[in-house]
Write a protein that binds this ligand. Structure first.
Ligand code: AMP
Ligand code: GLY
Length: 434
């Protein structure tokens, strides 16, 4: 039996804990720090940070065999390397592999070296360079800070003025730190965004159901970008011929490129894609971990024992694991705090989480993203993305309906959620917003 540790405390990590707690090979499941939603499925370990100093004592005390790193920051800092050196199996790449997410310049150069389609780009280290790169393009203008910026380092500007001031803030004022003083200006891509996740042991891989996130806070993709307000999977418009292109032009060349450069990679490769009006996929970004909220719809769909899948990746024998293609659908709706993604209040009492009031029959799940217990043991809000209502079904319509039935049963003061999650899935080609 395997003792698992999930590192992180959001909705993605709750989805990981949920799947591992059902694994036939799970001895125990731990989470650091985890969240109140995981209390029944895992042993929680409060930690100050997600660094080696905080995690190693847990690993040793609880005989952890396999650690899954949820968020990108500890991967970028090399947590997986430290744990592996201590003899722990880790699902998640080491520092070298994590560079695909930690440095956008690295990722762009990697794609260029390996012929992986992405938007044409310029590297700008001075404001003058950025100005020239912006002025030779047309709207939408895309300006990206190089390093990790907690999802805030990308500006999509309708006008050149906005793009120029974003570039100035990044380069001259160091808005996103020293690494963010290097900026990428790239062509704006038109099309539909698609998330494709592949789990890999470095040699073999499995592509998980393609999903679509909803990044803007309001219906109709209005308002500021967020971490993600809901997702659905599989995206029905990602037909077999598109998935074949994604496999051949993006996933395989990326993994082959990592191998050719002697970069070991065990974990998830997240390809954030734009599917253009020409039907061609191009990479917007790589991430080196499960997406959030995508993980919350993709992982519950998997038919293969999740613990066995991760173990096989860590042992370099993914190709031996029998694989059943997922056959169902999932959608999730994120309930956010009032004001998110700007400033918001915490500590609001959450009601409606008792299973009696929620859709039953195993087709509904709640994953906690930003919750805590108050001094009386009540579950209260503690983050921007508070909870996620996940519906599963034999059709996408059913999954969406179930997710919304659950979302409407849960409440807290100021709760906000989008009412149009999954709408894009039903648009015909001609109605797509190219
Ligand atoms: P990222 O933080 O890299 O995921 O970027 C945030 C969002 O910016 C993406 O989800 C896209 O919606 C948008 N974006 C980034 N790069 C481009 C691009 N080249 N063309 C159009 N949209 C983009
Ligand atoms: N949902 C986007 C991300 O996880 O980066």
């Amino acid at each position: 039996m395997i003792n698992f540790l999930v590192i992180g405390g959001g909705g993605r990590e709750h989805a990981l804990v949920h799947a591992l707690s059902k694994s036939e090979i799970a001895g125990s499941v731990h989470a650091a720090p985890g969240n109140p939603g995981m209390e029944k499925a895992a042993r929680l370990h409060p930690v100050n940070g997600l660094d080696a100093e905080s995690i190693l004592p847990i690993v040793k005390e609880h005989d952890i065999d396999l650690a899954v790193v949820g968020p990108e920051a500890p991967l970028a800092e090399g947590l997986a390397d430290v744990l592996r050196a201590e003899g722990v199996m880790v699902f998640g790449p080491g520092k070298a592999g994590a560079m695909l997410e930690a440095s956008k310049v690295h990722a762009k150069r990697f794609m260029d070296r390996h012929g992986i389609p992405t938007a044409p780009w310029d590297l700008c280290s001075t404001f003058e360079e950025a100005e020239a790169a912006i002025n030779k393009r047309s709207a939408p203008y895309i300006v990206k800070a190089d390093g990790l910026a907690a999802g805030k380092g990308v500006v999509v500007a309708k006008g050149a003025e906005e793009a120029l001031s974003a570039a100035r803030a990044m380069i001259e004022e160091g808005l996103f730190g020293e690494s963010g003083r290097r900026v990428i200006v790239e062509d704006g891509l038109l099309g539909q965004e698609l998330t494709v996740l592949a789990v890999t042991d470095g040699a073999s891989y499995r592509i998980l159901p393609p999903s679509q996130d909803h990044k803007r806070i309001f219906d109709g993709d209005e308002g500021p970008n967020t971490g993600g307000m809901g997702a659905y999977a599989p995206a029905p418009w990602a037909d077999p011929s598109l998935m074949e292109k994604i496999k051949n032009k993006i996933i395989e060349p990326t993994l082959a490129g990592l191998r050719a450069e002697n970069t070991p990679y065990c974990g998830v490769l997240y390809a954030g894609l734009m599917i253009g009006p020409d039907g061609e996929p191009r990479v917007i970004e790589y991430n080196v971990r499960f997406g959030d909220p995508e993980a919350q719809v993709v992982i519950p769909l998997l038919e293969t024992d999740f613990g066995r899948l991760l173990l096989a990746c860590c042992e370099g024998r993914l190709s031996e694991v029998p694989w059943t293609e997922p056959a169902r659908w999932a959608a999730n709706v994120v309930l956010a705090s009032k004001g998110y993604p700007g400033p918001f209040e915490k500590g609001k009492l959450i009601t409606g989480l008792d299973p009696e009031g929620l859709p039953g029959d195993g087709n509904f799940l709640v994953f906690h993203g930003g919750t805590a217990r108050d001094g009386y043991g009540n579950i209260v809000t503690a983050g921007g993305r508070v909870l996620s209502a996940v519906g599963l079904g034999d059709t996408l319509e059913e999954a969406i309906k179930t997710a919304y039935r659950g979302a409407s049963a849960i409440s807290f003061e100021g709760a906000h959620y989008r009412k149009d999650i999954g709408r894009k899935a039903f648009l015909k080609g001609s109605e797509q917003e190219w």
